[in-house]
Design a protein around this ligand. Structure first.
Ligand code: ADP
Length: 297
């Protein structure tokens, strides 16, 4: 069983020909709301692998919260969403003509969410389960989840993204730590990714995975005997947003289906390569039948 613990939000995406100057009002050429949040994206990806998934998240008692819940209910059979008297998390994403963007996020629910203190998560984690966290909750709340997972004999996957340098989770609680290249560099100061993986392993993570975009990923851990690289399938990338979330959700789903690290990474690379050929974040994630075809390969 996979427990994904993290944020869910409404992403409002505005497309503009150019960015407005300070004080200027500009009409968007198009705009739409979508389900977002790294937690939600990873839970949906994991569920589409066919693994049994519970998503633990926090919503506001507002229309956005009801909307997020209805969207998640379509994808997940087990949603454990606590409700706060706070505005639901949301992001405004403005995308310019060249694909450049800026993002402003409101994260009241993620900041208030302490899953171990506020939900039944600790009682529901069983031996052999996989617990997946990202960096959107407070570091102490993430640590408590990972610690409860370890105490109950579950495997922990930590995607340390985004990074809050002031409140990092304890990497020693991560059996599998997943970061992208810029995060690996920010966390270690290393430009060389093999050196960065060594430095992250020295912080206590058992297995370190650094995603390398079109180059695939680099992994270092006890199963491997030294670091090794796995290439990504060569594809025509159209939109890489959310690719890291597909990667992490599929890695967790693969573990739940009995894969060890290297086969799990190969599966995650294949799923993420499909996602980058399509526009959008969550809607670009491979469907359940596409996942099944990848697993059968
Ligand atoms: P993030 O999206 O978090 O910044 P990456 O850019 O490393 O992280 O992408 C995450 C994963 O998505 C990669 O490890 C790879 O599997 C897949 N991916 C990203 N870009 C491409 C690409 N151009 N071609 C194939 N796979 C890609």
């Amino acid at each position: 069983h996979v427990h994904v613990v993290g944020n869910a939000c409404v992403d409002t995406i505005f497309r503009v020909g150019r960015f407005p100057a300070a004080g200027e009002t500009l009409n968007a050429s198009s705009y739409a709301d979508g389900l977002g949040g790294k937690g939600a994206n990873q839970a949906v990806a994991a569920a589409r692998t066919g693994a049994a998934v519970t998503f633990w998240t926090a919503l506001g008692k507002d229309r956005a919260g009801a909307w997020i819940r209805s969207r998640l209910d379509r994808e997940l059979s087990d949603l454990e969403a606590i409700e706060f008297d706070l505005p639901s998390d949301r992001s405004t994403i403005v995308i310019g003509a060249g694909g450049e963007n800026f993002i402003v996020s409101g994260v009241a629910c993620s900041e208030a969410f302490d899953p171990i203190a506020q939900t039944a998560l600790a009682d529901r984690i069983a031996s052999g389960d996989i617990v997946v966290c990202q960096g959107n909750l407070r570091g102490a709340a993430i640590d408590a989840c990972l610690r409860a997972a370890q105490e109950n004999g579950a495997r922990t996957v930590l995607n340390a993204s985004p990074i809050d340098a002031a409140a990092l989770p304890d990497f020693g609680l991560a059996q599998v730590l997943v970061v992208n290249q810029s995060e690996a560099k920010a966390l270690t100061g290393q430009d060389d990714m093999a050196a960065a993986a060594d430095a992250l392993a020295a912080k206590g993570a058992e297995t370190v995975v650094i995603t390398l975009g079109a180059e695939g990923c680099l992994a270092l851990g006890p199963d491997q005997g030294g670091s090794f690289r796995l290439p990504a399938p060569r594809v025509e990338a159209l939109d890489t947003s959310g690719a890291g979330d597909v990667f992490c959700g599929c890695l967790a789903g693969g573990f739940a289906k009995g894969m060890s690290v290297a086969p799990g990474l190969t599966f995650a690379l294949a799923a993420a390569a499909i996602a980058v050929t399509r526009p959008g974040t969550l809607i670009s994630c491979p469907s359940a039948s596409e996942m099944a075809a990848l697993i059968d390969q």
